[in-house]
Design a protein around this ligand. Structure first.
Ligand SMILES: Nc1nc2c(ncn2[C@@H]2O[C@H](COP(=O)(O)OP(=O)(O)OP(=O)(O)O)[C@@H](O)[C@H]2O)c(=O)[nH]1
Ligand SMILES: [Mg+2]
Length: 305
C-alpha cells in the first residue's frame, strides 16, 4: 500500500451488490477491461469477494464484486451472504444493481431492508437496458425513486457498455480524497491461482445443466513451467458431491471434461500470456458444501472477511 496522499487524488472502495444473476461480475470485468470474475447465466456464480482495481490519472477505484444476495439454504450460502453483507459497512459507495427487465422483486426488498442500518451512499444501477425499449426507462426510474433515496439512479448495459463511462464519472464525484492503494498495474487482489480455478469452474458451469453448478469446486494441484519449454503445466481437480455428477462432468468417453479443458485453457493462456498444458481430474467429495473444513480447503476462507 502506498501511504502518501497527493493533493486532489481521489480513491475509494465501491461495493457492487444485488440479487444473483443481475450482471455484477459482467460490470466489473467491463470496467477493469479484463476478465477477473467469472460470469454465467446461472445464479450464484460468484462465491468469494473479488476486488477489481481501476487506476486513472487522478483516481483509483477499488470495486468489490460480491456473491449475489439471497436467502441461504446451506453453509456455503450462509458464507456467501456474510461476505456480501460485511462489505457494505466499510466501503465508500455502494452500487445496488438490479435487472431492468425484472425490476424490483422480493429479493430487492430483502436487500433494501439491509440498507436501513447503514450510512454509506447508495447508487441504484439499472442493468441490462439493452433488453428494453428506451421509452420504458423513464417510468422505471421514476418508480425506483419512491423505493429509497438513492444518491443517483443510473441505467447501464454492462454487456454492451452503454452509459458505463457516465456511471464512472458519477462514482468519481462521490469518492473522497485518498491514497493510491494499489500499484497502477495491479487489476485484482486475487492471485492467478484463484482466477485459474474460477475459469475452469466457469466452463463447467456453462457446459452442464442445472443439477451440477452448485455442487462444483475446483482445486489447483500444480502449476509449473515445463523445463526448457515455453509452456506452463497446470493440473487441477474438479470436485463434485456425487458419483452421478462425476459421470456428467467426465461425459461420454471423457468428452465433457475434454471440452471444459479446451475452453478453460484458452482463457488461462490469455491470463498467463503463455502456452498452457491443462490437465483436469474429477473427484467426488460427498456433501462438501456443508463441511466447513473442506470449504476452507477449497478457498472459502471466512477469516478473511
Ligand atoms: N442482455 C444483457 N445481459 C447481461 C448484461 N449484464 C450481464 N448480463 C448477463 O447476465 C448473466 C449474469 O451475469 P453475471 O455477471 O454472472 O451476474 P452476477 O450478478 O455476477 O451473478 P452472481 O455472481 O450469480 O450473483 C450473464 O449471462 C451475463 O451475460 C447486460 O447488460 N445485458
Ligand atoms: Mg458474479
Amino acid at each position: 500500500m502506498l501511504s502518501n496522499v497527493d493533493k486532489g487524488y481521489k480513491s475509494g472502495f465501491i461495493s457492487i451488490i444485488g440479487r444473483p444473476n443481475v450482471g455484477k461480475s459482467t460490470f466489473l470485468n467491463r470496467v477493469i477491461g479484463q476478465k477477473i470474475a467469472i460470469m454465467s447465466d446461472k445464479p450464484q456464480t460468484t462465491r468469494n469477494k473479488i476486488q477489481g482495481v481501476l487506476t486513472l490519472d487522478d483516481t483509483q477505484m477499488v470495486f468489490i464484486d460480491t456473491p449475489g444476495i439471497h436467502k441461504p439454504k446451506h453453509k456455503l450460502g450462509d458464507f456467501m451472504m456474510k461476505v456480501a453483507q460485511n462489505t457494505l459497512k466499510e466501503v465508500d459507495l455502494i452500487l445496488f444493481m438490479v435487472n431492468a427487465e425484472e425490476g424490483f422483486g422480493r429479493g430487492e426488498e430483502f436487500i433494501l431492508e439491509k440498507f436501513q442500518t447503514i450510512n454509506t451512499p447508495i447508487f441504484l444501477v439499472i442493468n441490462k437496458i439493452d433488453q428494453m425499449h428506451p421509452d420504458e426507462l423513464l417510468p422505471l426510474i421514476e418508480s425506483y425513486k419512491e423505493k429509497y433515496s438513492f444518491k443517483e439512479i443510473i441505467p447501464i448495459s454492462a454487456l454492451e457498455g452503454n452509459n458505463v463511462e457516465r456511471l464512472l464519472e458519477q462514482i468519481k464525484a462521490y469518492l473522497p480524497e485518498g491514497p493510491q492503494y494499489y500499484p497502477a498495474d495491479q487489476v485484482t487482489d486475487h492471485p492467478e491461482r484463484f482466477i485459474i480455478t474460477e475459469l475452469i469452474r466457469e466452463k463447467a458451469l456453462h457446459l452442464t445443466r442445472e443439477e451440477i453448478p452448485h455442487s462444483l469446486a475446483v482445486v489447483l494441484d500444480k502449476m509449473e513451467r515445463q523445463k526448457g519449454k515455453d509452456i506452463i503445466h497446470v493440473m487441477a481437480t474438479v470436485i463434485v458431491e456425487r458419483d452421478s455428477q462425476k459421470g456428467i462432468i467426465i461425459g461420454k468417453q471423457g468428452s465433457m471434461l475434454k471440452e471444459i479443458g479446451k475452453r478453460a485453457r484458452v482463457d488461462i493462456e490469455n491470463l498467463l500470456g503463455s502456452k498452457v498444458f491443462l490437465e483436469l481430474w474429477v473427484k467426488v467429495q460427498k456433501d462438501w458444501r456443508n463441511k466447513m473444513s473442506q470449504l476452507r480447503d477449497f478457498g472459502f476462507n471466512e477469516d478473511e472477511y
